[in-house]
Design a protein around this ligand. Structure first.
Ligand SMILES: [Mg+2]
Length: 368
């Protein structure tokens, strides 16, 4: 476990207050809201956003709310069961999120800290941070020492692999809201089709558009070199996950051959994995997923690791939660905005002009 730059996150005065609040019980619900725009990637398609919604009850009556997203609906029930099992380890403990996370990590060391276990830990950690915000009556980004009230965002709600007419229509819809920064999924059957999709986007939006592309781990290292070289001169903000997320050495070789920054991180499971990626110079940007890296505590520790390497941090999904985290760190880059949970949480806000206002309600302001 990486410790070199770790500093306590929760202020001492709040720690004293939260020490008197105990975790009582946890409630799990499942939800499958339809995606407003179904998404096709090079590694699978999404038509619904399978969610586990968590309610964490405490001794002071405050209920912490969080959620997990699973690209695969079939694992939602297992995730819920894992959350209940992991909660048994910290039931009755004070609502001190860093202590909760460290206790869970220690308890499950032999099991190993990736996958469903880490996501279960994340669900509890996120809900515990929501409790902290609600108990002290502050939005989480203020609890965490706000650096900003708004975060820079980009549109990621659509622009999946698909027909060129749909790409054009979706891009123009983003432009009408002033959201001129957007992510296009690539990894078509051929390089020629990748280039055609990119060209369609640039033609539809004109010179003000800023584009990043995501291969969703779809290429082999050899194919990635060919395809990424072919788009290296297009002025892209970044090229995301061109190859399998576990191939960090190969990603570093690819980065060394490119001018365009590589972006990875949504499939890294701990601050230590983020540190390994950065030590290998596998990427110029990092975008941890708050659900996969283990929650708010581990996300902020990963951001702190990135800061030590001089690397900017973006978020992956969870816009209602991630916005608070980006607003609280000095090395914030861009919030990934997807509208998948817009109808699920009344606290969900949409971006305009490449910017999203962080909720000023206590906690995350999710309002399930
Ligand atoms: Mg991605």
């Amino acid at each position: 476990m990486f410790k070199a730059t770790r500093a306590p996150i929760l202020a001492d005065r709040l720690k004293q207050q939260m020490a008197g609040v105990q975790l009582s019980s946890i409630q799990i619900q499942h939800s499958f809201p339809a995606l407003p725009t179904p998404l096709q990637t090079s590694s699978g398609s999404l038509e619904v956003a399978p969610l586990v919604i968590i309610g964490l009850r405490t001794s002071c009556g405050v209920v912490g709310e969080s959620y997990l997203f699973s690209p695969n609906p079939s694992l939602i029930a297992a995730l819920g069961e894992a959350i209940k099992a992991v909660f048994e380890v910290v039931s009755g403990d004070p609502c001190l999120p860093e202590d909760i996370t460290d206790k869970i990590l220690k308890k499950f060391k032999l099991f190993g800290g990736t996958g469903i276990l880490t996501m279960a830990m994340a669900a509890i950690d996120m809900a515990a941070w929501d409790v902290v915000g609600k108990t002290v009556g502050q939005p989480l980004y203020r609890v965490l020492g706000a650096k900003a009230k708004t975060v820079h965002s980009y549109e990621s709600s659509g622009l999946g692999i698909g027909d060129l007419i749909s790409i054009r229509q979706q891009a123009l819809r983003f432009m009408r809201a002033g959201n001129t920064t957007m992510k296009l999924r690539l990894g078509y059957a051929t390089l020629a089709e990748d280039l055609q999709a990119l060209e369609t986007l640039f033609q539809a939006c004109g010179p003000t558009v800023q584009v990043m592309v995501d291969y969703n781990q779809g290429l082999s290292p050899q194919e990635a070199l060919t395809r990424c070289k072919a788009i290296d001169g297009h002025g892209l903000l970044w090229i995301e996950e061109p190859i399998h997320a576990e191939l960090l050495e190969e990603t570093a070789t690819l980065q060394a051959a490119l001018k365009t920054p590589l972006q990875i991180g949504e499939n890294l499971w701990s601050p230590t994995e983020v540190q390994r990626a950065l030590r290998l110079s596998a990427c110029q940007y990092i975008m941890p997923d708050v659900g996969k890296i283990g929650g708010v505590t581990q996300w902020l520790r990963a951001a702190s690791v990135a800061e030590a390497y001089g690397v900017k941090v973006s978020s992956h999904l969870y816009p209602e939660i991630s916005s608070h985290l980006l607003a609280a760190i000095p090395n914030a880059h861009l919030l990934e905005y997807a509208d998948w949970t817009a109808n699920q949480f009344s606290g969900h806000t949409k971006p305009a002009n490449n910017s999203l206002a962080v909720s000023d309600h206590a906690g995350f302001g999710l309002s399930v």
